[in-house]
Write a protein that binds this ligand. Structure first.
Ligand SMILES: CC(C)(COP(=O)(O)OP(=O)(O)OC[C@H]1O[C@@H](n2cnc3c(N)ncnc32)[C@H](O)[C@@H]1OP(=O)(O)O)[C@@H](O)C(=O)NCCC(=O)NCCSC(=O)CC(=O)O
Length: 272
């Protein structure tokens, strides 16, 4: 057990590429406002154009689409697991780190080291998640190309960029919780793609909702340290995250009530 822990800690925290990582604006991959604007603009316009083009074309058959979808989901499921473990170990194994440090960086923190490395991987993984939208469009599953989906995929990238740029204090907890939820979510998508649809879809949605509520708990903890302590880094980044969290909470409540609560009520009414 101890050797598994030390091996993981070496490869996910202490490896020189991770331990010596520095996020430098203009040098690190994807670290400019220009890059972010181009990527988000391409995502939104390509989604809009491809959706209209595909409306008049036949969908890609399931024999081609399902294996690609399965591989894409499996990659994101495994990557999410690695990010969750890597970021957790980075938080817990740092000599100066306590839980409170993971929710409140000192105001003069340098964007260096393992926690920033995992935030960068998390940021880039959100570009890989754009593949979800492409798969939905190619399969002409337009019902699933909802406002929630496109808004989430575009805005989450902006949020991750702001996390790195402002050294937002709550991001370590954000990386861990969202990656854990995405292990479950991409596990669910993977199983759907290989033809064994799990019965625990609702659990995935509930965990997504719990992560947003939990985010507000962490925000309260951070704000108390910010206003009654010596201050926390990236307060404006935290406000952006809180606003995004609130919008997702509302959209997911709506999704939940449409997909589960109404269906359950309809079933009860049919049985009565
Ligand atoms: C249970 C959910 C995760 C998914 O709900 P859905 O209604 O979209 O699920 P569903 O049952 O229709 O999905 C199964 C279908 O998705 C296909 N599928 C498989 N892998 C996929 C992938 N990587 N991206 C998109 N679709 C994929 C399967 O082949 C299957 O198709 P077929 O049916 O043809 O067999 C839900 O909680 C949810 O998040 N809904 C919002 C929609 C969304 O876009 N969510 C993801 C981004 S938001 C997010 O990620 C928030 C967060 O950060 O936590």
């Amino acid at each position: 057990m101890a050797s598994v822990y030390s091996t993981l800690t070496y490869w996910l925290v202490n490896h020189p590429n991770i331990a010596n990582f520095t996020w430098t604006e203009g040098e690190t991959l994807g670290s400019t406002v220009f890059f972010l604007s181009v990527v988000v603009s391409i995502y939104i316009s390509a989604t809009f154009i491809l959706r209209n083009v595909m409306a008049s074309l036949p969908s890609l058959g399931p024999r081609i689409l399902k294996p690609i979808t399965a591989i894409h989901s499996l990659i994101l499921c495994l990557l999410s697991l690695i990010m969750a473990v890597g970021c957790t170990l980075s938080i817990t194994s740092a000599p100066t780190t306590r839980f409170f440090h993971a929710t409140c960086f000192p105001v003069d923190i340098e964007p260096k080291g393992p926690v920033f490395f995992w935030a960068q991987v998390f940021y880039l993984s959100k570009i890989l998640e754009f593949g979800d939208t492409l798969l939905i469009i190619l399969g002409k599953s337009f019902r699933r190309l909802s406002f929630l989906h496109v808004y989430h995929h575009a805005t989450v990238l902006i949020m991750c960029f702001i996390w790195l740029r402002t050294r937002q204090s709550m991001f370590p907890v954000g990386v861990v919780t969202n990656s854990m939820v995405h292990v479950l979510m991409y596990g669910y998508y993977f199983m759907c793609a290989v033809g064994c649809r799990p019965r625990w879809k609702r659990l995935v949605t509930d965990f997504q909702l719990v992560q947003f509520v939990f985010g507000f708990g962490i925000l309260a903890l951070m704000l108390s340290q910010h206003f009654y302590g010596s201050g926390c880094s990236g307060i404006w980044g935290s406000y952006f995250t809180a606003a995004f969290n609130a919008s997702l909470l509302a959209l997911f409540f709506n999704f939940r009530s449409k997909n589960y609560v109404k269906k359950t009520t309809e079933m009860i009414n049919k049985l009565a």
